[in-house]
Ligand binder design. Structure first.
Ligand code: AMP
Length: 398
């Protein structure tokens, strides 16, 4: 069975074609600068990447080219587009109604269109990707996998914001949570590695990348998470502020005369690690700069590690204890200095890591960095949202 996984961003389209029997990726790639030029990097498994600059005015045109590449004699991996058995779409937001991964029907598309106001950046490209598939590979079943659906069991006192209740009822203002597919995937892999049922574990999963979120997973279900109404809430990120006193926003708007768009731009693109350090949003650059004595680079990293600690403490309290801690995504999987700082002085909580294992971890595979005898097991687990989407698609498409 071959499943195509699509992840459409505002100006990009990422894809992976899976062979589900073997659990392997046949080909993958990324279309970028959609609507403003266009490039494609396509990689057939085992081959060198193929790169082309090509006009990609819309996501539909990008998909057309991806399908051509997938069955082309030179770069292809299938002999006919009909060999694609199903398509899985990453959809960032499922709103209040799409609480689980779901087979795509007309009514699902209509619902997704109706929640574009609360998902203005990611909703339209995802819908465009779905519609393009309906047109270009008609009859192929499609499944939507939502970043938000892992959070559908969170209790109301954890998702309702303490503002007038009507904003929740009438306008859908609540915590939704994001990166759910990643948190769901790594918690499953962790349980598998520990050889214990997921339903018996209290886990905190730290997805630390350019966007970062932390989730408390109790007995296999997410019970709380750091991102909120949008992926802006929570810890400091590459260019996003994370949580700040909301009055800072209104105060600055009045003081500087910023429009809502300008303020959003500052909070989303000019804040976070970049805003504090003034150097970079990239943790690697900041680590290097901090080591050379750059104070603001060090400050940005300290804000991050302290923020992560806060969530770990809070979620351990919410779950009345902790069995395992997971680090994943670009920073979580690679930056041992961040893991070391987060896990330092946490022995009261049972978190103790082996410094040597943490520094000399094996990349690209699940890796246990716990100190011997530590009460809480600490693991690095590479995330694979696309594979999780492919698994859900296989389960729901037919
Ligand atoms: P992500 O959004 O998951 O791609 O993560 C991006 C972040 O991971 C950036 O802050 C990078 O500095 C950090 N990072 C550190 N080491 C690596 C690495 N080897 N590969 C990719 N990202 C890395």
């Amino acid at each position: 069975m071959k499943i195509l996984v699509l992840n459409a961003g505002s100006s990009s389209l990422k894809y992976q074609l899976f062979n589900m029997e073997a659990g392997t990726v046949l080909a993958k790639g990324t279309c970028e600068r959609i609507g403003a030029g266009g490039t494609i990097t396509h990689k057939k498994s085992g081959d060198e990447p193929f790169f082309e600059e090509i006009d990609l005015p819309t996501h539909a045109v990008a998909l057309e080219r991806v399908l051509e590449l997938l069955d082309s004699p030179e770069h292809g991996v299938i002999s006919d587009i009909g060999d694609i058995d199903a398509v899985g779409h990453r959809v960032a937001h499922g709103g209040e109604k799409c609480r689980e991964s779901t087979k795509i029907t007309e009514s699902v598309i209509k619902y997704l269109e109706s929640i574009v106001p609360i998902n203005p950046l990611h909703g339209p490209p995802a819908i465009a990707g779905i519609k393009a598939c309906t047109e270009q590979i008609p009859g192929t079943p499609q499944v939507a996998v939502f970043d938000t659906s892992f959070y559908s069991d969170i209790e109301d006192f954890r998702y309702i914001y303490p503002i007038p209740y009507e904003f929740y009822e009438k306008d859908g203002i609540r915590r939704y949570g994001f990166h759910g597919t990643s948190h769901r995937y790594v918690s499953r892999v962790l349980a598998d590695r520990l050889g214990r049922p997921l339903e018996e574990l209290r886990i905190i999963t730290c997805h630390l990348g350019n966007g970062s979120s932390i989730t408390a997973v109790e007995n296999g279900k997410a019970i709380d998470t750091s991102m909120g109404f949008t992926p802006q809430e929570g810890i400091i990120m590459g260019t996003r502020s994370g949580s700040i006193d909301p009055t800072v926003v209104t105060y600055l708007m009045k003081l500087k005369g910023y429009t809502p768009e300008q303020m959003e731009d500052i909070l989303n693109k000019k804040s976070g690690l970049l805003g504090v350090s003034g150097i970079s949003n990239d943790c690697r650059n900041l680590t290097e700069a901090a080591e050379k004595g750059d104070k603001r680079a060090g400050l940005a990293l300290n804000i991050m590690t302290n923020g992560i600690k806060r969530y770990i403490g809070a979620y351990t309290a919410e779950m009345n204890g902790l069995d395992a801690l997971v680090f994943t995504a670009g920073i979580g999987e690679n930056q041992y200095n961040i893991r070391r700082e987060v896990c330092s002085n946490m022995s009261w909580l049972g978190i103790e890591i082996d410094e040597d294992k943490n520094e000399n971890f094996k990349r690209g595979v699940p890796f246990d960095i716990s100190a011997e005898g530590a009460k809480v097991r600490t693991w690095i687990i590479p995330t694979d949202e696309e594979y999780m989407i492919a698994l859900d698609t296989k389960r729901l498409a037919f």
